[in-house]
Design a binder for this molecule. Sequence first.
Ligand code: HEM
Length: 187
Amino acid sequence: MTNPSRLFLFAGGSHGKWQVQSMNTITGAPLPIITHLHVYSEGESVPEKDLLWTLRGITSNERYVNQEEKKELIAKQEGLGRPHAVQGALIPIRKKPEWWALTQEKRREIFEESSKHIQIGMKALPAIARRLHHCRDLSSFEPFDFLTWFEFAPEETATFDQLVADLRATPEWDYVDREIDIRLVLS
Ligand code: HEM
């Protein structure tokens, strides 16, 4: 059995499977405007023509979930690529140096005990499918710390909007210093 790809490249430009519906800079510097996005996995060749930017991220082991939460997530969540989930969202996020200076224990406290990230997220399952990519593990020069990716059905757009609004109102988001909300539809 071959290992599934862990490394993904998000290529923005004028071609790709996903058509951009909106690009909204929530915090920090914007990204150049694109009309299309394509997601490449490890080993796929990336055509350089007509690309405006690329962002790389790698899936990794979990840092915050406890055993009970993990069990609940596995029971509730659904995978990417569901035929009805034609809406996508790519939300690249960078957190402040102050976040990275905290201990793991303190970060978990902010992430879940005060912000309830998992509890909030769980309410959106299984409607919203997700994949979290880490960037810091690749190099010190990546423009974001995380590339968050979501897929859902058009009728779940309000669920997704509520989810991001709830998360952005939490203490965890006080540590976010760059965030771009890119909404997509399969073309
Ligand atoms: C669909 C519902 C969601 C669920 C169930 C969910 C769940 C989770 C879980 C379990 C983790 C921790 C992974 C670990 O243990 O390392 C996590 C991390 C993260 N999530 Fe979510 N999430 C959801 C939605 C979102 C949304 C909408 C965003 C962005 C707007 C987001 C941004 C992040 C980020 C940036 C991290 C990494 C935090 C860090 O390591 O500092 N999540 N999420």
